[in-house]
Design a binder for this molecule. Structure first.
Ligand SMILES: Nc1ncnc2c1ncn2[C@@H]1O[C@H](COP(=O)(O)OP(=O)(O)O)[C@@H](O)[C@H]1O
Ligand SMILES: [Mg+2]
Length: 368
């Protein structure tokens, strides 16, 4: 997958920019607050379906404008494509691929695929479980369109269920029947999400352990496991029908406690990934250096899995991470990325010959 161009109008401090990218290594440089990350934010909207910096679209539209327009041109194995996204402070966003409007997010995500690596990801191993679930959700949604629909269905039902749990009549017989019916609707979506995430973790496991062994010269072994609230047996977690049955029990057996707590206590929204280092949970025991090495291994693995599933490497978007990594880790990461297309932002990197293209951002304007 190759990104060839990005057009940005009225996104944060960028009024109007046309940026062309080269195959290989692209550097976006400039002082702080010039618009470097905004370029990555724009590009990544097409991979993730929304901004990685805010959930509120109105926030990224330039202060002095009511609308914002972003577009990309990219080549996949089949053809050249154009995608665009139009945002307005008072209307819903509009998304297009090759001139045709796309109404469903599940049809928008998965076309242009990218891996984003920001300084926040360096603490992914020890940060909140929700960050690790988000990592899985974003990676899976780019390679499995049905995943997004399952998550959407599940989240809608979960919101309904949580509202019912807060209801004053939650203990009544009528409500019991309603809870049973919601459990039956939720279980298939919960099971599909669990099975897909567990399968993704077993793919991660192979790549992460190989990268981590290389980084530590074989001294440390990793095991990446998906922690589900229904079972810790990998055989059970790959059997969707069985997982579904287990969820129905979970959603019904603990109802009194959930009514008391006024919230759902079980489901994929409680799950986590753990990477064991020589048998010990990295979440609890790893050092900052190990944490960073694992984050690198995860981000490399994310691209490898995407290539295995789609036949092409995704584009790598690296936001100012080289300043955060020591030269050994940075060197390892860059050497493993090899000839993939990379767009890297930095405020202190010198532009030497190793870059195929250097773009300088100044006051929201792009210069070559
Ligand atoms: N909605 C907005 N309208 C105008 N400017 C904004 C908006 N949101 C953020 N900014 C400004 O955009 C600038 C660029 O930010 P950013 O892309 O993060 O810079 P860099 O990565 O180069 O440090 C910052 O000065 C920020 O204050
Ligand atoms: Mg930045």
């Amino acid at each position: 997958m190759k990104l060839t161009r990005c057009g940005i109008k009225d996104l944060r401090n960028i009024k109007d920019a046309e940026i062309e990218f080269s195959d290989g290594l692209n550097l976006i440089r400039g002082n702080n607050a010039q618009g470097k990350t905004t370029v990555l934010e724009a590009v990544y909207i097409f991979a993730r379906g929304r901004s990685f910096r805010t959930n509120k679209e109105a926030e990224f539209i330039s202060f002095d404008s009511d609308t914002s327009e972003i577009s990309i041109e990219y080549e996949d194995a089949h053809r050249k494509n154009v995608m665009s996204a139009h945002y307005s402070k008072d209307e819903n966003r509009k998304l297009y691929k090759n001139g045709i409007q796309i109404k469903k997010t599940s049809e928008f995500i998965g076309n242009f695929r990218a891996v984003l690596f920001t300084p926040d990801h360096l603490s992914l191993i020890k940060s909140a479980a929700s960050d690790r679930r988000l990592f899985l959700d974003v990676a899976l949604s780019q390679i499995t369109p049905s995943y997004i629909n399952r998550v959407k269905t599940y989240n809608n039902l979960l919101t309904q269920r949580n509202a019912l749990l807060k209801d004053k009549r939650a203990e009544s017989d009528d409500m019991r029947l309603l809870f049973e019916s919601v459990a039956e609707q939720m279980a298939p979506a919960a099971a599909a999400i669990t099975v897909m995430r567990r399968r993704y973790c077993s793919m991660l496991d192979e790549y992460v352990s190989s990268y981590f062994e290389q980084m530590t010269d074989g001294a440390e072994k990793t095991q990446t496991v998906y922690e589900s609230c229904v079972s810790d047996d990998p055989d059970i977690l790959s059997d969707q029908a069985e997982v579904e049955r287990l969820y129905i029990s979970k959603f019904t057996e603990n109802l009194s406690r959930e009514i008391y707590m006024k919230t759902s206590l079980y489901g994929p929204q409680k799950d986590d990934i753990d990477i064991k280092l020589n048998g010990y949970s990295s979440r609890r025991f790893c050092s900052q250096g190990q944490q960073r090495s694992l984050a690198i291994a995860l981000k490399l693995a994310e691209g490898d899995i995407s290539r295995d599933r789609t036949g092409e490497y995704p584009v790598y978007l690296l936001d100012d991470i080289s300043g955060e990594l020591d030269s050994k880790r940075n060197g390892f990461f860059m050497s493993k990325l090899g000839s993939r297309q990379i767009i890297i932002t930095s405020c202190n990197m010198k532009s030497n010959k190793k870059f195929d293209r250097v773009i300088t951002m100044k006051n929201g304007e792009a210069k070559y």
